[in-house]
Structures are given as C-alpha cells and as structure tokens.
Design a protein around this ligand. Structure first.
Ligand code: P6P
Length: 343
C-alpha cells in the first residue's frame, strides 16, 4: 500500500516542488476542504438531521431552496470569511457578491461556488456536491478599483488559479486542479482527512457513454440532435458502435463519472428559453468543471467556443455545456460548425 498522502501534504508539495500555489492559496483550499467535510457530515445525516426538504424560499435563479442549500452556503461563508485569504465570495445561492467584512483582513483571492449542486437529488439520496472556483482579485483591467466589486468576478475561466468539487456519494471525494493535472482525495471518515486516492487523472479520448436529459430532445438544435441520433443508431449507424446513456441530474456526479471512466456530458441550449444560452451557470459550474476536464485531457465547449475563453457579462450568467472525452466533444463542435456554415 503506497504511503497515504493527505490533501495538506499534496498542497505543500505543489507549493514546494512546482512553486505553483502560494501559501495563501494553499490555506484557502484547505479551508474549502474543511467546509466540504462539514457539508458532507450534514448531508450524511439525511432525515436524522432534520436537514431534508425545502427552506420555503427561492434563490436568485428563482429555484426553490432546499434546507441543505442554505446550510452549505452558510458553512462555506463562515469557514472562509475570517482567514484573511479572500477578498470576496459569490454563490449560486446569493444575489450579489459577499465582500469580506472589515473586521477581518482582506486577501487577494475570489472564491465562487455552487454550495450544493444537484439539490433536487437530496431527498432521494442520490449523489450531490459542492463546486468551487478560485481567481486572483486583481487582473489587468485598470477600470477595476478597490474595494472589490462584482466586475472583479467577471474573469474568463482561463484565469482560474484553482477549481474543484466535492461529491457527496458512496464516498465523499474532493477533486481538485491547481493547473498541474487533476487529483482525487477520498475522505477518511475515521481520521477526518482527505487522502490522495488518484493523481494525474486522465479522461479516455473516446467513449461509448453519453449523458444528457433526453426528455428535452424536441427542444435541441440540429447539431445536438444529429449527434445524439447517431449515438442512438448504435452499430447500425454511422458511429459503428453501440452507446450507453447515463443522466444523474447532478452535474457533479455526471462529471465525476466522466473523469473516472470517460463519456460526454451535455446540457445544450434549447428552445424552451431561447434568450438563455443554457441552464448551467458559467462562473461556478461550467468554468470549474471545464478546467478540471481540460486538465484531465478532455475538452469543454459551448458549441461555439472553448468555455474557458467565454467572457462573462454577469455573475449568474448561464452557458451551454458540452464536455468530456476529447474526440466526442470535437465531433459535436464540428457538427455545430457545419450547421453554422449552412446558415
Ligand atoms: P435537469 C442541478 O439542478 C443542475 O444544475 C445540474 O447539476 C444538473 O446537471 C442539471 O441541473 C439537471 O437539470 O433539467 O435534468 O433537472
């Protein structure tokens, strides 16, 4: 059995050997990991902890908030506001940014998160998770002046300095990149620490498994319909192989499967709300997941361009998401380009 490397040791080695992460960022990531442990503990209580069900309120997206959505959000805010590593936070569950109160030291990092993604699965005991993304506060836009404001958050995903998620499933697993590949850490509940269980995660470039909500098929645009139709034709069709389908309706669970064994995940634009580019949020869902997937050798596009190159215009902006096994994502992208040329 190889020596068990803790998250702390992994981060110290990233800092020492690769000079990749300053001490402040290492502190930030350890605080986020501790917050995820607390969220995992609350999630695992389920009905015994009186944390199931709705909170009787809606979030900025107009979605009914579950009690655990609010608990997870509060845990992340309280864990991160006092440490001196952050200037501000943004969350799916909050209308505007949360600036670190003056009573605490301000740091140089911005943290944004979906505190509990997939919360429609909470009450039916299906995997859910926390997604997070980290930027430096300052960037090269002279119009940005202190104090920190919402514009500081509107940075392209290719400016992230760290990204990850924690999936609360049969195991609680933290998956992280700081730009040097993707590592997975499983929570040892007895020790209370995250232990490195996989490093240099690689997504197979090909797959036989697609992940999409098929009930929306009639609403998709032509390139997505073409891709899925070909998958459904199986061996008899142009792909020459049969495909399998998985849809957990929890992005964290679907992306974790893809990082573990390959696949393609799609939540594309559809004509139900044509003015919206998609359902998933750019800043705290698509960007962190796209960086993880690219760092693992996969690809992530919105049908027109690389998701990490999209310039955000608003904090809760949505985006079309097509990510996973490189060759499959490139095929869907090619179908979008062919459709655009025919217009
Ligand atoms: P649908 C969860 O609400 C979420 O934001 C993602 O985690 C998930 O992939 C998607 O929405 C599921 O959406 O329309 O299938 O319920």
């Amino acid at each position: 059995m190889p020596p068990r490397i803790s998250l702390t040791r992994y981060l110290v080695e990233q800092q020492r050997q690769h000079n990749r992460i300053p001490a402040e960022l290492r502190l930030l990531l350890e605080v986020v990991a501790r917050a995820c442990k607390r969220i995992s503990h609350a999630v695992n209580k389920g009905a015994l902890g009186e944390v199931l069900g709705t909170a009787g309120s809606e979030n900025v997206q107009g979605e009914v908030q579950k009690k655990l959505d609010i608990i997870a959000n509060e845990v992340l805010i309280e864990a991160n506001e006092w440490g001196g590593h952050l200037a501000a936070m943004a969350s799916e569950e909050m209308d505007s940014i949360y600036v670190v109160p003056n009573r605490f030291p301000q740091g140089e990092y911005l943290l944004m998160f979906d505190p509990l993604d997939g919360s429609s699965n909470i009450d039916v005991n299906v995997s859910i998770g926390t997604i997070f993304s980290v930027f430096r506060k300052h960037h090269d836009d002279p119009s940005i002046i202190d104090p920190v404001c919402e514009k500081d958050f509107l940075q392209r995903g290719n400016q992230q300095v760290a990204a990850g998620y924690c999936v609360y499933g049969p195991q609680t697993t933290l998956v992280l990149t700081v730009g040097d590949g993707v590592a997975m850490f499983t929570l040892d509940a007895e020790l209370g620490s995250f232990v490195l269980t996989q490093d240099n995660v690689k997504i197979p470039e090909d797959t036989k498994e697609f992940s999409i909500n098929m009930s929306n098929m009639r609403h998709w645009d032509a390139p997505v319909k073409r891709y899925i139709d070909e998958c459904l034709q199986g061996k008899e069709g142009p792909r020459g192989k049969d495909f399998n389908m998985r849809w957990v309706a929890s992005m964290v669970a679907d992306v974790h499967r893809i990082l573990t064994r390959g696949g393609i995940f799609m939540y594309p634009w559809d004509k139900r709300e044509p003015s919206k580019p998609g359902k998933l949020r750019l800043l705290y869902e698509a960007n962190p997941m796209s960086w993880l997937v690219e760092q693992a050798g996969g690809a992530a596009v919105n049908g027109k361009q690389r998701i990490l190159d999209v310039q955000p215009g608003a904090l809760h902006e949505r985006v079309s998401v097509i990510l996973g096994s490189k060759n499959e994502v490139e095929r869907v992208q090619q179908y979008h380009q062919e459709a655009a040329q025919q217009q």
